[in-house]
Design a protein around this ligand. Structure first.
Ligand code: ADP
Length: 290
């Protein structure tokens, strides 16, 4: 079973500054680091580390080839990542001495993915495969429509939250994955629970819930020492889908995803900090039985 991920690929540029710059100010950064990010790339890396057969559908420019190499090294099939003119998606993340940040995001080639190109890739998908997507690329609704016509299941992280995008794709979504803030925004927008067969709500250190047919399966988070929660949601989503694609029940997949996300928050970094499956299996095996 293959998981096709139509997703963003971003370079995250981190600058450590004495304070956030004012208009007109030139400020020297004390430190700089660059890493692979973007919700799409993070979820693909999580899927691959979990052992899923994951094929990424996306685009970078020539300045982003290192990111494709990084994803490939993690085990992601990048045959369908196009190289387009322009600039790759990237974020300029400024962090001041107090840990406050300001983030500038440029979608770049993530928003230049053509619907026809996505349809052509999905012509190679088989019924029962998954399409996974988020809100950081173009061609979302076309991809979801094509996937459903071909008998795929569709998982969708409605993040960053965008009411218009959610309304456009939700009719084709099988499994909606949101955090607490996004769930609240959806409830407000739809005046109640959003119309989708299955919904997972992640609740940070409180755990996660699976909503289906009016029933809720609740799984607590593992108690760990959290140092960096960046990418926790993407790690959770990738591992959850890898579990489901492997035939796990919702409860089993939630436990796997919670274990992976718990390990992630004990490490700093995003894609590079997503744990491998054997580490997650060892962590889960060491937990007291419920
Ligand atoms: P997002 O990163 O999308 O905002 P959450 O903050 O809800 O998502 O985190 C996703 C999942 O990561 C949670 O459901 C939980 O399993 C795990 N997680 C997040 N924070 C912690 C924490 N402090 N301790 C243990 N697990 C955590």
């Amino acid at each position: 079973m293959t998981v096709w991920n139509l997703g963003s690929i971003n370079a995250d540029h981190f600058y450590r500054l004495p304070h956030l710059p004012q208009p007109g100010e030139t400020l020297a950064a004390a430190d700089y680091a660059v890493g692979l990010g973007g919700k799409g790339a993070n979820q693909s890396v999580a899927l691959a580390r979990a052992g899923a057969d994951v094929r990424h559908i996306g685009a970078v420019a020539a300045d982003g080839l290192w990111m494709v190499a990084r994803m490939r090294a993690a085990g992601v099939d990048c045959t369908h990542v196009a190289v387009l003119p322009g600039a790759s998606g990237h974020a300029i993340i400024e962090v001041d001495a107090a840990g406050e940040n300001a983030i500038l995001l440029f979608a770049g080639t993530n928003r230049a993915i053509a619907p026809d190109a996505v349809r052509a890739v999905l012509s190679g998908a088989a019924p029962g495969d998954w399409l996974v997507t988020q809100n950081e690329t173009s061609a979302l609704s076309e991809a979801v429509a094509e996937a459903r016509a071909r008998g795929l299941r569709v998982a969708y992280s409605a993040a960053p939250f965008d009411a218009a995008a959610v309304r456009a794709v939700l009719p084709g979504v099988t499994l909606l994955i949101v955090n607490e803030g996004e769930a609240e925004a959806l409830r407000r927008d739809f005046g109640g629970a959003p119309p989708v067969p299955q919904m997972v709500v992640t609740l940070g250190a409180q755990g996660a819930e699976w909503h289906e047919n009016g029933q809720v399966i609740r799984v607590p988070a593992f108690r760990v020492r959290s140092v960096d929660t960046t990418g926790a949601g993407d790690t959770f989503a990738g591992y959850l889908l890898a579990g489901l694609a492997q035939g796990f029940s919702p409860r089993e997949a939630l436990r796997l995803a919670s274990g992976a996300a718990a390990l992630k928050v004990t490490r700093t970094g995003t894609a590079d900090a997503i744990p491998a499956r054997d580490e997650v299996d060892a962590f889960l095996a060491a937990q007291p039985s419920e």
